[in-house]
Design a protein around this ligand. Structure first.
Ligand code: VG1
Ligand code: CO
Length: 539
């Protein structure tokens, strides 16, 4: 039986940088999820021929949301649903499942690195047949549906047991409960040299993989401990928990402080890595050493030949505009293409589909390649392990050698959080207005050479998107400003600061960037406008 339920629009269902992300208490309002799902289905023709993936990072409300999605999909006559066992699928594994099975899209229930639980956040990443998240024009069409919706359809079948690998039916819709790990592990084996990695992992090399109680716990256990033979306990915080055990599953120096403290202590193993809640972000640490994500992308690119899947050559590389220029220097040296896109992985998809790039990354702890259409936390860890297996060098030495070869882009991101939306919008609009007047002016010793909004022209679909403001200085330093598109509490102003040097390779970024950070604050007028004298978060 299919019920048609009358509903009223919610006006806040516009997707941000990565899907719809809301406070759990908002997402659990009556008909909230139902409206959003029906709005998506309203934009897709011939649903009786379409198949979708459903999974998530295990956070609070996922179990309930998955049952709702199944019933709404069935009522809309969707052909088939692939559902991750126990409701789990990481964002990268989900992308692969969509591509491998030629599905028409998927729903990964995650607010990524945002905390979970009733007082945390909930989210939905909606992917299309591309294997990645929908394009801006598609999310616009969905948003328009959410503003006009008056009813949704839902099937009255019993809740589906997600714990067994079986196939069931709800109305005409076939529902297959799938193993979310096996295909992903196979893909990693095709990309990397597992026997070589196994030698490293069983040679006394000590490493820790921190899944932060997110979805990569079981992936990590299977890959690092079972396949590669690393000792039991190599993977920590390995069980996906609804509230991430109270962790903020964001792998950075602040929220993974426990791991950072370990790596800067006497007891530090040789290598440590962490992933975020849905498994697309990574953080890489060596003994008393942190690899900044922008450097990570540059170093991986420079070492592509060490990986079997890439040894015959790679296409170009791409980064988000906010990411440091480090990878550009590698691209130039390798004589491969280089692209700069707005923040958000969806902007890399066309570049990969058209064989313009093989690798891409973002400063926000994201790196990945064209094996899928999402960033991939475990891929990045396996890549680093491969570099270590080949060179037998420490993480610090690998990075230091890179800087000796290419110079170093000191890099920091300053986040000003919880700003009233109007204040933030005004700050950005006023700053954009005054950009032309900045050129030629000197701030704390840095002279502005160019100042302009970042506008991306997609070479494949020829769409244009504006994202953030860029100020370049005569010495190659840069400041980028943009507003976050993933927050759930007011607006967040992100200020990205970078300075390139070829000497002084081992200084403290905060010291190297002190003047430039101060210049960034002055230029944006952030203190007068928000009352904040310091950023809330520095990463
Ligand atoms: C942030 C990051 C961005 C990333 C996005 C989704 O977006 O800055 O680089 O692609 O999160 O990552 P924003 O708009 O808040 O700056 V995830 O792991 O949250 O899906
Ligand atoms: Co994520």
């Amino acid at each position: 039986m299919i019920e048609i339920i009358k509903t009223k629009p919610y006006t806040d269902q516009k997707m941000g940088t990565a899907g719809l992300r809301k406070k759990t208490r908002i997402a659990t309002q009556e008909n909230y999820l139902e409206n959003f799902l029906q709005s998506i289905f309203n934009t897709i023709p011939d649903l009786d021929k379409k198949s979708f993936l459903i999974g998530g990072d295990g956070r609070y409300y996922n179990k309930i949301a998955i049952q709702k999605i199944i019933k709404i999909a069935a009522a809309n006559n969707v052909k088939k649903l692939y559902v991750g066992q126990n409701g789990l699928v990481s964002t990268p594994a989900g992308s692969h499942i969509i591509l491998k099975n030629k599905l028409d899209g998927g729903f990964v229930l995650s607010a990524s690195h945002n905390p979970g639980g009733l007082n945390g956040d909930f989210g939905i990443k909606y992917a299309t047949s591309s294997g990645g998240q929908c394009q801006p024009s598609e999310s616009e069409a969905i948003y328009n549906q959410t503003l006009a919706i008056s009813e949704y359809k839902i099937a009255d079948c019993p809740d589906i047991d997600l714990s067994h690998l079986t196939t069931l039916k709800c109305e005409n819709t076939e529902i297959e409960i799938i193993d979310p790990y096996i295909d992903y592990i196979e893909m990693m084996k095709e990309i990397f040299d597992f026997p070589k990695l196994k030698k490293l992992a069983t040679s006394g090399f000590r490493f820790v993989f921190d899944a932060m109680n997110g979805v990569t716990g079981p992936y990590g256990k299977r890959i690092f401990e079972q396949e590669l033979g690393a000792p039991q306990g190599t993977v920590i915080n390995a069980s996906p928990l609804e509230d991430f055990g109270g962790l903020h599953p964001d792998p950075n120096l602040i929220y993974a402080k426990h791991l950072v403290d370990l790596m800067y202590s006497e007891a530090a193993p040789d290598f440590a890595a962490a992933n975020d809640g849905d498994g697309d972000r990574n953080m890489i640490l060596g003994q008393s050493f942190f690899v900044s994500p922008s450097d990570c992308l540059a170093i991986l690119t420079d070492n592509y030949k060490l990986i079997p899947a890439y040894k015959n050559g790679i296409y170009g590389v791409a980064k988000s505009a906010a990411t440091s220029m480090a990878v550009k220097r590698v691209a130039d040296a390798l004589n491969i293409g280089f692209y700069e896109v707005p923040t958000g992985w969806k902007y890399f998809i066309h570049l990969m589909d058209s064989n313009r790039i093989t690798f891409c990354g973002e400063e926000s702890f994201g790196a990945g390649a064209s094996h899928i259409r999402e960033k991939d936390g475990i891929w990045a860890v396996l890549f680093w392990l491969s570099i270590v297996a080949d060179t037998r060098k420490s993480i610090k030495d690998i990075t230091l050698e890179h800087w000796k070869k290419y110079g170093r882009s000191y890099y920091l991101r300053n986040d000003f959080e919880g700003i009233p939306q109007e204040t933030a919008d005004k700050l950005m609009a006023d700053l954009e207005q005054k950009l032309p007047t900045l050129v030629g002016k000197t701030f704390n010793g840095f002279t502005v050479s160019e100042a302009e909004p970042f506008i991306y022209h997609d070479p494949v679909d020829h769409s244009s998107n504006k994202n953030g403001l860029v100020i370049r200085f005569t010495d190659g330093s840069r400041i980028v400003y943009r507003l976050s598109g993933t927050g759930t509490n007011g607006a967040t102003l992100r200020t990205y600061i970078e300075r390139y040097v070829t000497d002084k390779l081992l200084e403290d970024p905060e010291i190297m960037l002190r003047e430039l950070s101060a210049a960034a604050h002055t230029i944006s007028d952030v203190t007068a406008r928000t009352g904040k004298t310091e950023p809330d978060i520095i990463t």
